[in-house]
Design a protein around this ligand. Structure first.
Ligand SMILES: *[C@@H]1O[C@H](CO)[C@@H](O)[C@H](O)[C@H]1NC(C)=O
Ligand SMILES: *[C@@H]1O[C@H](CO)[C@@H](O)[C@H](O)[C@H]1NC(C)=O
Ligand SMILES: *[C@@H]1O[C@H](CO)[C@@H](O)[C@H](O)[C@H]1NC(C)=O
Ligand SMILES: *[C@@H]1O[C@H](CO)[C@@H](O)[C@H](O)[C@H]1NC(C)=O
Ligand SMILES: *[C@@H]1O[C@H](CO)[C@@H](O)[C@H](O)[C@H]1NC(C)=O
Ligand SMILES: *[C@@H]1O[C@H](CO)[C@@H](O)[C@H](O)[C@H]1NC(C)=O
Ligand SMILES: *[C@@H]1O[C@H](CO)[C@@H](O)[C@H](O)[C@H]1NC(C)=O
Ligand SMILES: *[C@@H]1O[C@H](CO)[C@@H](O)[C@H](O)[C@H]1NC(C)=O
Length: 528
């Protein structure tokens, strides 16, 4: 058997060497599913621009290569499109990217980014086209919902790997994943559906707990409604409250630098904001508003105290999740209508109670929730995960990630697996959803972390210490685990204007602790 295999390999080698990177349908026809069709097979010249009709961006300045897209029909009157970009100078690796919200688009922004590393890079449209990431009407078609949940990603990875092997005449050496938000969820889901899909998974702020998260986005705004009630907190007042939270919490971490390094460790006293005796009547809160604030700062639970969904951490901009609009956040409303009740009839929030959450759990829309926490199969075949999340994320609360982490930890523990052996979670203090912070270092070259005029990587510091993807590759391929990462903030988020601050990110549950020296320098901090 062995000699037979070797014999075949020897025979195959000259053929492989002849593989001509021929960017034509003939190269790929034999490897796509028999029920599938090409959307395009297009050669791209060095420095070229490419996009397609479903793209979220134009990929510009591409390395010379081949763009292919395939349409795969799926059961239930549905289909998905996948696309891959294959640079001619290939690093022998594949990467798959993800999407955002309920959106359906091909992620040419990320394909462009990853092609510069030399990856052949895969994207899926999730099974529908809609650049509006808040619109869930696609879910009325249950075939499309299943595609969004997991099927489009799963199939796109398989088709993409086959296209890549056909183009280069050899299979990839390593397979990676990188995505944020829904993209984070898709990566965690696919590694559970198929533990051998990826060798390394780089996920940010995963929107993983869909049955609760979608409804929470609306539930969080209900407490601040109606707008004309005496308990309503306006956007302006929410900013006053955030200023007070920063004032109290920032020094408690030992360094006053406009960054709350440890929101969970802050003791916040909201009573200092009460109007009773306050000098400025437009910068204080009433007792009814205090009740709204209390809800905004405490987790949503069932009557028996079981967690439904964690609220964002202290320091997260309140208005971004309690809202200042006359209606509840339409993301949750849409999910209830299109994913649970399967109707276009408007949902009546006056009838809302937690039974809707139970219904959501029972349905698990599109079977998209990665709650098969036992990742031991993935770990045993050498898989590694780097998971990151901004601690000031108003869209996907930070602690939904620490909850996921602890679920995985307790599921692999019976297999004698330590999380540190394969799964590291890096909180990013002060960062918003996937990217961005005014004062805090946040950039690690993650998915959907765009920087002005940067094609890829961490300008000036493009190494496994500062670039999370390179850290993951080094861990997977060389066995060197990242003991910390260093996040960077450039002045005005423009690398040509120089570095504003750098700071270590520590693997959860470790924390960055200031030791001595310049607070803006990573070497002044340690993980402990
Ligand atoms: C791509 O570029 C074209 C031409 O500049 C522009 O019209 C189009 O909106 C861009 N597409 C995306 C998705 O940004
Ligand atoms: C088309 O083929 C793919 C790949 O084999 C399969 O997953 C999919 O279910 C097929 N579509 C239909 C409508 O049967
Ligand atoms: C299939 O889906 C399309 C929209 O995607 C719809 O227009 C059409 O009516 C559907 N066909 C059936 C038989 O449900
Ligand atoms: C009162 O507070 C508001 C909101 O913070 C602020 O805009 C205004 O300048 C304050 N007025 C005085 C007199 O401090
Ligand atoms: C809506 O569709 C889902 C399938 O995605 C199904 O499980 C659920 O029972 C349907 N809801 C109603 C109210 O029929
Ligand atoms: C909760 O809402 C459901 C409908 O969504 C309703 O059937 C049920 O009676 C409500 N329960 C309570 C306790 O109000
Ligand atoms: C980014 O690049 C574009 C095109 O090369 C240029 O027009 C623009 O001024 C650059 N922006 C910055 C902030 O450097
Ligand atoms: C693995 O280590 C070798 C030798 O130090 C280095 O050249 C290579 O770049 C490393 N690979 C990765 C993916 O970090």
């Amino acid at each position: 058997m062995l000699s037979q295999t070797l014999g075949l390999a020897v025979l195959a080698l000259p053929l492989l060497a002849e593989a001509s990177k021929d960017c034509s349908k003939a190269t790929f026809q034999k490897v796509i599913p028999s029920n599938s069709t090409f959307n395009y097979v297009t050669k791209v010249a060095e420095g070229g621009t490419f996009t397609d009709a479903e793209a979220n961006a134009n990929a510009t300045g591409l390395p010379e290569g081949c763009a292919v897209s395939v349409k795969v029909p799926t059961p239930g009157n549905s289909s998905y499109n996948m696309a891959i970009y294959m640079p001619n100078k290939w690093n022998s690796r594949i990467i798959t990217t993800g999407n955002g919200g309920y959106g359906g688009f091909t992620n040419w922004q990320d394909l462009g980014q990853y092609s510069h590393y030399g990856f052949s890079a895969i994207t899926t449209d999730t099974g529908h086209f809609n650049p509006n990431v808040l619109d869930s009407t696609f879910a009325l078609n249950k075939g499309s919902l299943e595609n969004w949940g997991w099927r489009a990603m799963h199939g796109s990875v398989l088709v993409g790997k086959a296209l890549s092997a056909a183009y280069y005449g050899q299979t990839h050496k390593f397979s990676y994943y990188s995505g944020c938000s829904t993209g984070g969820r898709q990566g965690l889901k696919e590694m559970q559906v198929s533990p051998d899909a990826f060798d390394g998974v780089f996920v940010g702020a995963p929107a993983w707990w869909i049955p609760h998260l979608s409804i929470w986005t609306s539930q969080a705004t209900l407490a601040n409604l109606p707008q004309n009630s005496d308990h309503h907190i306006s956007a302006a007042l929410a900013n006053v409250i955030n200023d007070e939270i920063l004032k109290q919490c920032d020094p408690q971490d030992g360094v006053t630098d406009n960054v709350i390094m440890n929101p969970a460790g802050c003791v916040f006293n909201p009573l200092t904001l009460l109007c009773e005796g306050a000098a400025n009547a437009s910068a204080c809160i009433t007792r009814p508003q205090l009740d709204t604030l209390y809800k905004a700062l405490h987790d949503w639970t069932y009557f028996d105290g079981t967690l439904i969904f964690p609220v964002p951490s202290l320091g997260t901009p309140l208005v971004a999740y309690i809202g200042d609009s006359p209606i509840p956040n339409p993301m949750g409303t849409g999910a209830i209508e299109h994913m649970l009740l399967n109707t276009t009839e408007p949902y009546d929030w006056s009838t809302f109670n937690e039974s809707v959450v139970r219904l959501s759990e029972a349905i698990d829309p599109g079977h998209g929730t990665p709650d098969n926490y036992d990742l031991s199969t993935f770990q045993k075949r050498g898989g590694k995960v780097i998971h990151w999340h901004g601690e000031a994320d108003p869209i996907i609360p930070f602690r939904s990630s620490s909850y996921f982490y602890s679920q995985v930890a307790s599921s692999v523990a019976p297999h004698d697996i330590e999380m540190d052996s394969f799964y590291k979670f890096f909180p990013i203090a002060g960062m918003s959803h996937c990217s961005g912070s005014q004062y805090s270092p946040w950039y690690i070259a993650g998915a959907t972390q765009p920087l002005t005029n940067v094609s890829h990587g961490v300008p000036g510091f493009d190494d496994a210490q500062h670039n999370g993807l390179l850290a993951l590759m080094r861990w997977v391929e060389n066995g060197t685990a990242p003991e910390q990462l260093v996040a960077t903030k450039y002045n005005n988020d423009d690398p040509t204007k120089g570095v504003y601050r750098q700071r270590p990110l520590c693997p959860f549950p470790k924390q960055p602790i200031y030791t001595h020296g310049n607070v803006d320098s990573a070497s002044s901090w340690k993980c402990s």
